[in-house]
Design a protein around this ligand. Structure first.
Ligand code: SAH
Length: 284
């Protein structure tokens, strides 16, 4: 049922006058070995994605009354996030730069710039843009003064469709992102290919173990919530680094937790309630 990522806005196939059928995603993707940083995001962009025809009624895919340019719609999303209290200019610029509609199914493309999580298959979701903004602002607040990129290496646990990894690529020197579901890892790889983000490294593996090859990390951000922060994440955090993760608290609800590593140990703050998919162990 999954269609390839659409262009934005959707275009009619002018020759036939109606949309062409969707090409199933994932079927012809070669399998890769586990836990190896891959260079495949460096491959030449596929031009086939440009102007691809949507397998859904075109009227659904074009946000009405907003103009035809996704940058304008995205700008509206970013303005709302800024109005919601995010004042980190670099994070806002990164959100403006990344075309979120390329990370969702064609049938959901008209919701791509709403501040909502959306299904991406295999019972997982693309994170809400305001939550991505909040977590990356928290991460940066612990690491930088000023508006520039924070530099250093970042680790994301839970690549999902790759959206947040793409946003992070604008904020750091290197981004390592690990996903335990092979189907999503492959989908993220496909989604990211056209962006040619040479500093994003996608890893298929169990993020509970972190990714030691990239450590130490200036920042670690988890997109899935567990009962406890795995020791490996703490071990792989640089001194002076910050970890931001959803964690199930004593009330049974998830909350955002910020952990800073200092020379002499760790400090921890529990912030607002959040709703993330569960952190699971093993690969599938
Ligand atoms: N970062 C994504 C959100 C992904 S949802 C975005 O940009 O929108 C969270 C993801 O975490 C899911 O794809 C889920 O499969 C993954 N996940 C859960 N437990 C994991 C683990 N132990 N290791 C790696 N990924 C995990």
């Amino acid at each position: 049922m999954t269609a390839r990522r659409p262009g934005f806005p959707a275009r009619l196939d002018l020759q036939s006058g109606r949309p062409r059928p969707a090409t199933p995603a994932g079927g012809a993707v070669p399998q890769r070995g586990a836990a190896a940083p891959s260079a495949s995001v460096h491959k030449p962009a596929s031009t086939a994605a440009v102007g691809r025809v949507l397998p859904v009624p075109v009227t659904l895919a074009i946000p009405r009354g907003l103009g035809m340019d996704s940058a304008a719609v995205r700008n509206r999303m970013v303005q709302k996030i800024a109005a919601g209290g995010i004042d980190d200019a670099a994070v806002l610029a990164a959100l403006q730069a990344v075309e979120r509609h390329r990370f969702v199914d064609s049938a959901l493309v008209n919701q791509a710039y709403e501040d909502t999580s959306l299904p991406i298959g295999l019972e997982q979701t693309i994170s809400k843009p305001s939550v991505v903004a909040r977590m990356l602002s928290l991460l940066r607040a612990g690491l930088v003064t000023g508006d520039g990129p924070m530099g250093g290496r970042l680790l994301e646990i839970g690549t999902g469709c790759g959206y947040q990894a793409a946003v992070m690529s604008h904020l750091a020197t290197e981004v390592y992102s690990i996903e335990r579901l092979r189907g999503l890892h492959e989908r993220a790889r496909e989604n990211l290919r056209p962006f040619r983000l040479a500093n994003v490294h996608l890893i298929f593996g169990d993020g509970m173990a972190g990714f030691a090859q990239g450590a130490p990390y200036a920042g670690i951000v988890a997109a899935a919530g567990g009962e406890a922060v795995p020791q490996a994440w703490l071990d792989q955090l640089a001194v002076g680094g910050r970890l931001v993760a959803p964690l199930v608290t004593s009330t049974g609800q998830q909350a955002l937790v910020v952990i800073d590593r200092q020379a002499q140990g760790f400090s921890r703050r529990v912030l607002e309630a959040v709703h993330f998919v569960p952190l699971k162990s093993g690969i599938a």
